[in-house]
Design a protein around this ligand. Structure first.
Ligand code: HEC
Ligand code: HEC
Ligand code: HEC
Length: 442
């Protein structure tokens, strides 16, 4: 029983449920479409169902799947399943997780939809090459130069909590760029910002208490709110972790080597001010619509946003509705999360509250629908009036976030046709050969 309970805790810390449950689906029955830069990958049924789930997995099969990315039938998993992080799990924790999935989860006899990626990504064996290059199969080893708390934090952050799967930029072959750990990356429509200790580009100005509060509740007033995939991680995973574990994780993250981004001057948490500049209601450059009859950014703001965030952008007195200045979504060099917040809204439940903002990107027939042009006008008004004034949103930026975020060069190549696809494979293999050659001299 104790083993199953520990497994349940680890499954929560690892947020297995977030990916392995479809919206309105049964827990762990899979079927969630995960948009990756190379196409949609469906999560699988990991309930102990004999036919449709992992009921036939032995403990060894399970360990291979979560730590090496290899399915029971020997096929490779795509790294949309974060086995590159779970590879850090020690044997005892892997065993506890297995016990939980076999004995603590209800079997669901429903098959999850199959994943079919475009060529060449449909060749699962190509992941063997990728793993050879980028998968570090060593479980976590404690660093004796650091405290027990720091090491516990490192184990959780690098492994179960897989912060780097979202926050670490990826290289050409979509591998995590380990030299720029936690320096910020696009994950689907949202941008997971730089959370290194850099005081300008990262969260070096946050206190330990603020980081702990953010992981627990998804918000730090006057700094940031968690929406999108971060909101889900807080809702399903981080809010439930023991406070000693959250403290340990914050301790470790606060020590992450600073990575400075010279393009992003100034910290995103202090940009902008309360503004009562309603003279721009009729529009100024960049926010005025050129077509007669189309509302200006200011009008769109008053009509759609001011009721909650107030006409001057300072939010509500009780802080439930956040201010739009001193807010990472409007202070960032990259306007992505402001666009995503307008399109998709915020919906995050924690034990103390539900943070809810409606999305404005609905179907064309929805009353709440704003077009790409509207959102560009509105977004630019918000940035100029309350946020980082030198950031500009184009209609194309909005369209890209609406369609799930930028797609990778890799697939652009593959879409170029078979020949280009073959080039990718050759590149992969070449890179692999180069690496193998180098090994003996290491
Ligand atoms: C970020 C999303 C994500 C998270 C978090 C995640 N998984 Fe997965 N997992 C996937 C996807 C997607 C697949 C299918 C990949 C494929 O088809 O190549 C998968 C496949 C699997 C498989 C292979 C099952 C089969 O089809 O035979 C197992 C086992 C598994 N996951 C277990 C887990 C466990 C246990 C956890 C938590 C410790 C977890 N996953 C967390 C996305 C995720
Ligand atoms: C599934 C993807 C995902 C995972 C896993 C994840 N994050 Fe995030 N994180 C994001 C996204 C996306 C945002 C932006 C959210 C927003 O602004 O609404 C974010 C925002 C943040 C912020 C606020 C930064 C800012 O400038 O607003 C911090 C701090 C943070 N994450 C820390 C962490 C830590 C620490 C972990 C691991 C314990 C982690 N995240 C795991 C996706 C993720
Ligand atoms: C019904 C009330 C409501 C309306 C209308 C509303 N918001 Fe929000 N907004 C919220 C709440 C609640 C949050 C999240 C607070 C939290 O996370 O604790 C939020 C968060 C945000 C954030 C931060 C998101 C992030 O990921 O960091 C931005 C930016 C934002 N709103 C802009 C807007 C804009 C622009 C509009 C108009 C198109 C708008 N809001 C309309 C209630 C609202």
């Amino acid at each position: 029983m104790a083993l199953i309970k520990r497994g349940a805790y680890l499954a929560t810390a690892s947020d297995c449920v977030a990916c392995h449950t479809a919206s309105h689906g049964k827990p762990f029955a899979g079927g969630l479409p995960i948009s990756t830069p190379v196409g949609t990958v469906y999560s699988t049924n990991i309930t102990p169902s004999m036919e449709d789930g992992i009921g036939q997995y032995t403990e060894e099969d399970f360990s291979h799947a979560i730590r090496l990315g290899i399915r029971r039938d020997g096929a490779n998993l795509y790294p949309a399943m974060p086995y590159t992080s779970y590879a850090r799990f020690n044997d005892a924790d892997t065993q506890a997780l297995y016990a939980y999935f076999m004995h603590g989860v209800k079997p669901v006899d429903e098959p999850a939809p199959k994943t079919s990626l475009p060529f060449p990504m449909d060749i699962r064996a190509s992941m063997k090459v990728w793993n050879g290059l980028f998968l570090d199969t060593k479980p976590f080893v404690a660093d004796p130069h650091h405290s027990v708390e720091w090491n516990r934090g490192a184990y959780l952050v690098e492994g179960a909590a897989h912060c780097s799967a979202c926050h670490t930029p990826r290289g050409f072959l979509m591998q995590e760029d380990t030299n720029r750990d936690l320096a910020g990356a696009q994950v689907g429509p949202w941008y997971a910002p730089n959370v290194t200790s850099d005081t300008a580009s990262g969260i070096g100005t946050w206190t330990q208490e603020e980081l702990v509060a953010y992981l627990r509740s998804g918000r730090v007033p006057g700094k940031a709110q968690a929406a999108g995939s971060m909101g889900e991680a807080v809702e399903h995973s981080f809010q439930y972790l023991d406070s000693t574990d959250i403290e340990a994780m914050a301790t470790y993250v606060k020590s992450a080597p600073a990575v400075h981004d010279p393009a992003a001057e100034g910290t995103r948490f202090t940009a902008g001010n309360m503004s009562s500049d309603l003279s721009s209601l009729r529009g100024t450059d960049g926010i005025r619509s050129v077509d007669v009859g189309i509302p200006t950014g200011a009008e769109l703001f008053q009509g759609n946003c001011a009721s909650c965030h107030s006409a001057h952008g300072e939010g509500s007195k009780d802080g439930y509705y956040p201010s739009l200045f001193h807010n990472s979504a409007t202070g960032a060099h990259d306007p992505n999360n402001l666009i995503a917040a307008i399109l998709y809204g915020v919906n995050r439940k924690t034990s103390d509250r539900q943070a809810f903002m409606p999305g404005f990107g609905g179907k064309p027939t929805d009353a709440m629908q704003l077009s790409d042009q509207d959102i560009a006008l509105l977004g630019n008004y918000v940035l100029k009036t309350y946020g980082r004034a030198d950031t500009v949103i184009t209609e194309q930026d909005v369209a890209e976030v609406r369609h799930g975020g930028p797609s990778s060069n890799l697939i652009a190549l593959a879409r170029g046709g078979m020949a280009a696809g073959a080039v990718v494979i050759v590149l992969l293999v070449l890179a692999f050969v180069v690496r193998r050659r180098r090994r003996p001299s290491l």
